[in-house]
Design a protein around this ligand. Structure first.
Ligand code: C2O
Ligand code: CU
Length: 513
């Protein structure tokens, strides 16, 4: 297919059609029932005004009270978790007196936190009231392939699906859940469907610390305060919203006692925004990346999360009263032709007049959850490319980006196995980014270890030797990872810039028994 067969207008059409399907869903399923779980309607969290004639921009003022996330009700006894997640249309007031239509799990965005313990058996009763196919993917969790919400396993409009799995001991960490249907994953997520999934350890070394959820999403509202559809440029670069939200709120604030030490669980749940996190005048101790504890916690002044990634960090508030601690993102350039992501303020803590809380002793070594054998031969080579035949679009010549985003030269085919490996057997893979922009690669159902990179600065990078489920590769980067998938079944691997994933930058690993 030449790029002229599929002009930009045709590219945009499926999104329009899907949007109509979504609104058809509103007519039938309506705003009525939120499933049995937690969560009341989301309250107003963004304070702002609509500019008169500047579509795509909203001037938010922030400063709202700290937004605590709803928690999914567990209807089971200790040792198991049974809850209901209903995906449906809902409205929220990001802007006073403007009802913004979103897609919500149990009525809010983010969806409720699923708060569990390792060893628990889990049953999540999913109800799809979206008016289109969906699935729920348990990002990062080692669940059986049949329960992982793969695009090949859709839950039809109006249908129900109970996902069941057991959380292995050793899986404690910060995960998340989101839809993973064919084609519509980016839109379902940017319209609001995503939530945190916490697995607590029975011997958590930080259990005594207060915990703060920092669930980062970004939205783009149009001039009427509604979530804007993707543009042709979004399909190339990935969509970044125009307001970055924490727990669904714009630049919230909170107050803590001076010297308080907290554990923050930070989630980058955006479609394509890299969050290069930094605290004004303070460092953070990174104790986990994605779901996995770091054997050697690292003190850093900044930490880059790619879309889909999480970090657990330990932070201490200033030791005197009336001081501020601000978490921001720094500017990040993810390719010569991609607009630079600007620095944004995420939230602010200020210290109150209470007595200073003494410092807390922190371990400098932690038990690593997994170890994989060294000295393996490389058995797979994975090449990411963003320079396929759809190039015309980025070059301003019109045309589609279809066929541009590939893995080993191919776009996704649900009927094809791209890689086969044996369950329970460790492998070493070579992965390279032959494209022009950054791509964050996720592998489902496991955590893999980053063991090498050709980046000059890799030795000081906290990701080196860490176990993760998403790894970012900058243009020209080559890495080696070690991985083992414990259970058989077909697993997805893909770019977590969701617009790239939906256009084919995804493959299947068939894990054989
Ligand atoms: Cu977080 Cu395969 O997606
Ligand atoms: Cu990508």
């Amino acid at each position: 297919m030449s790029s002229f067969d599929n002009p930009v207008a045709a590219q945009e059409q499926p999104d329009q059609i899907r949007r109509r399907l979504v609104f058809a869903g509103l007519a039938t399923a309506g705003l009525a029932s939120c499933g049995g779980g937690a969560s009341s309607m989301h309250t107003a969290t963004v304070v702002g005004v609509l500019p008169a004639a500047d579509p795509g921009q909203v001037l938010a003022t922030g400063g709202g009270k700290w937004p605590t996330l709803a928690v999914l009700t567990n209807n089971a006894a200790t040792g198991s978790f049974v809850g209901t997640l209903t995906a449906a249309l809902a409205t929220v007031n990001f802007i006073p007196n403007v009802a913004t239509q979103i897609l919500a799990y149990n009525g809010g965005t983010p969806g409720p936190v699923i708060d569990t313990y390792e060893g628990d058996s889990i049953q999540i009763n999913f109800r799809n009231q979206l008016g289109q196919d969906s699935t729920v993917h348990w990002h990062g969790l080692p669940v059986p392939a049949s329960q992982d919400g793969n695009p090949m396993d859709p839950v039809a409009a109006g249908a129900k699906r109970d996902y069941t799995f057991t959380l292995p001991v050793g899986s404690a960490g910060s995960y998340w859940y989101h839809p993973h249907p064919h084609d519509t994953t980016p839109e379902q997520i940017y319209r609001g469907l995503a939530g945190a999934f916490i697995v607590r350890g029975r011997n958590d070394p930080f259990a005594h610390l207060p915990e703060r959820m920092v669930f980062i999403t970004d939205i783009r509202l149009d001039a009427s305060g509604q979530i804007a559809a993707n543009t042709a440029q979004d399909l190339v670069n990935g969509r970044e919203g125009n307001q970055v939200l924490v727990n669904g709120s714009y630049q919230p604030v909170d107050t803590v006692a001076p010297g308080t030490t907290e554990r923050w669980r930070i989630f980058d749940a955006t479609n394509a925004r890299y969050t290069r996190l930094a605290l004004d005048g303070s460092s953070m101790l990174v104790v986990a990346l994605d779901g996995c504890t770091l054997a050697s916690p690292r003190t850093v002044t900044e930490l880059l999360l790619a879309p889909g990634q999480r970090a657990d960090v330990i932070v201490r508030a200033p030791q005197s009263s009336n001081q501020k601690l601000v978490l921001r993102t720094l500017v990040y350039a993810r390719g010569a032709m991609v607009p630079v992501s600007p620095a944004v303020r995420l939230f602010e803590l200020s210290t109150n007049a209470s007595t200073t809380v003494p410092a807390v002793a922190l371990p400098n070594a932690l038990a690593s959850p997994v170890s994989l054998p060294a000295g393996l031969a490389v058995t797979q080579s994975v090449v990411l490319s963003d320079m396929g035949m759809g190039m015309g679009m980025a070059m301003g010549m019109g045309g589609s980006s279809q066929g541009r985003f590939t893995i080993n030269g191919k776009v996704f085919d649900p009927g094809r196995d791209d890689i086969t490996m044996k369950a329970g057997v460790a492998e070493e893979w070579l992965i390279q980014n032959a494209g022009m922009m950054d791509h964050p690669l996720q592998i489902h159902g496991t955590s893999f270890q980053l063991v090498a990179s050709n980046r000059a600065d890799i030795a000081s990078d906290p990701r080196l030797n860490a176990f993760m489920d998403v790894v970012n590769l900058v243009s020209g980067e080559q890495i080696r990872i070690r991985l083992r998938i414990e259970t058989p079944g077909r697993r997805m691997f893909h770019c977590h810039i969701l617009e790239h994933e939906a256009q084919g930058m995804m493959g299947i690993i068939n894990v054989l028994a």
